[in-house]
Design a protein around this ligand. Sequence first.
Ligand SMILES: C[S@@+](CC[C@H](N)C(=O)[O-])C[C@H]1O[C@@H](n2cnc3c(N)ncnc32)[C@H](O)[C@@H]1O
Length: 360
Amino acid sequence: MTATATTVVFTFDPGLEAVVEQEWQEHLLAAGWPMAEVRGTSHYGNGLLFLHQLVPGPALQKLVLNMRSIHYAYQLMGQFELDKAASWDRFEAALREIPIPALEAATSFRVSPERHGNHAFSSYDMAKAAGDYLRDRYQLPVDLENYSHNVRVDLRDRWGWVGVQLHPDRLSRRHRRRYQHRAALQPTVAYGLLRLTGLPEGMRGALLDPFCGSGTILIEAAALWPEMELYGTDLVPEVLDGAQRNLEAAGLETRVRLHDMDARQLPERFPSGRFRAIVTNPPYGLRLGRQLNLYWFYRDFLAAARQVLAIDGRLVLLVLKAELFRDVLRESGAWKVRHEQRLDAGGKHLRAFVLQPRDK
Ligand SMILES: C[S@@+](CC[C@H](N)C(=O)[O-])C[C@H]1O[C@@H](n2cnc3c(N)ncnc32)[C@H](O)[C@@H]1O
């Protein structure tokens, strides 16, 4: 295959930039392609990366399907900048300046718009204008359901771009959930948390999600580390029942062991130093009610986790009230913070902490 220079736009949960870039570079390396280069147009902090590489289209599509940290990937066709007034005329003119060769072999298409910022027009106007124009230019029918090509038109303030999606469905919609937890993580965020442990491919040993909810982190861990023993606990029996059904739907019921228990009592069930990694998103403290004080909750959980985690193990957890959590960490003195990372998920600005036990 001859290599062609292509820029791919990845969309993901803001905060996962480094995880997405690393994952993509690993796929390129494994497939024997040169490393990608991050383009300056990437919007750090906005869940967007533009990565430029020498890879032909068909290979690109195959590689993209393996990505677990992203929602969408599309091949960049062209970029544009609107005038200061972000006028509609300039937007329409920009569309005409960007050819989409892939549509010459298409059987139908749709346009997916995304717009952020103040404009005198809507996302619907953008999709309609692009759809009308491309239909006439390429003599193609628009089909919103069974399209062969999905054209993405994005606008952030005055800066826009057009691309063709490299896969049919949203890549993060990959779990067949029989049970939907009201606070379930996106699989992409679960994957990101697991990668933040820094544990290598082919990892062995045991991993625990002590607030496992519907099992998202465990399902992602099973794919990432096929050799690891996986454990989940949750306080609510009906939730664990749901997790069990989700594991069954994923064919993982024999790989993961679930226990119905309070995460603050982990040492009563698991031996000291049992886990290589604990990766979890505990309750954020929004629905705990007055009877539960988040400070004491974190304090008791961290003490329990410290006992069952190996001395060189990693605890990765997602927190909403980062200030409070830092206070608990400081006062406990039992943890080294290896890394703290902003991560936006479920419409919340969260922090991921990567902790390692301090020698006693
Ligand atoms: C934010 S949710 C986890 C969602 C999960 N990551 C998912 O994707 O479905 C937190 C979970 O912690 C559980 N939980 C709350 N307090 C607990 C405790 N003391 N011990 C164990 N689990 C607890 C809740 O039942 C809930 O399922």
